[in-house]
Design a protein around this ligand. Sequence first.
Ligand SMILES: [Zn+2]
Length: 247
Amino acid sequence: MVRIGAHVDQDDPAAHAVEVGAEVVQFFLGDPQGYDKPVLPAKPVEGVDLYIHAPYLINVATTNNRIRIPSRKLLEQHLKAAASLGAKGLVVHGGHVNKSDDPQTGFDNWRKVFERMECPIPVLIENTAGGDNAMARKLERIARLWDALDGFDVGFCLDTCHAHAGGEELLDLVERVRAITGRIDLVHCNDSRDEFDSGADRHANLGQGRIDPELILAVCRAAGAPIIVETPAAGQADDIAFLRKNL
Ligand SMILES: [Zn+2]
């Protein structure tokens, strides 16, 4: 049985894990919308596996130097901090380039990250829901990203809400992703408040959104990777119980 858990507040991840019945937790090291240095949790995180989610603002793909350079620095800081906590991986979004940019520039920028950065633990690039010129919304782009990252040990985090809202069918998605990346390290198991290919990133508790729960379960089964629900906190215990019962 794979480990199942939740994205929780960083104030006391171990206590939140007990509250929702999680065997694995994910949390931010500080404000997810900020460029601040990582802040370690005040209380020790013991008894659970853990993953760290990098801030949303990180965009190492962009051609904008004033975003790309601080993004790289922040990614490296978070990776070191996550490793110091014993995390299994650092999740980061694929990012995007500007509308008029050639996406290849973004893939090349991603390659430069791994050419320059030591990775004490795996970086897990996550598929995203939105953006016209995103690096990791559609599988065709993820394939080009993985071509650019050939030779580097890079992991993948598959988010079911982002796939649905990003316009990728969940049916057989794991097989199609694996054909590209060779691996799925972590599943972000979320329902979506929005319709297929809407580009909106609004998570819902399982069975409360627009995705057929059977498809979500099928993705989790096929992936065989640890599962994190990033759903509204009040329903996380039910989401985890639903997965345990049905997987
Ligand atoms: Zn996610």
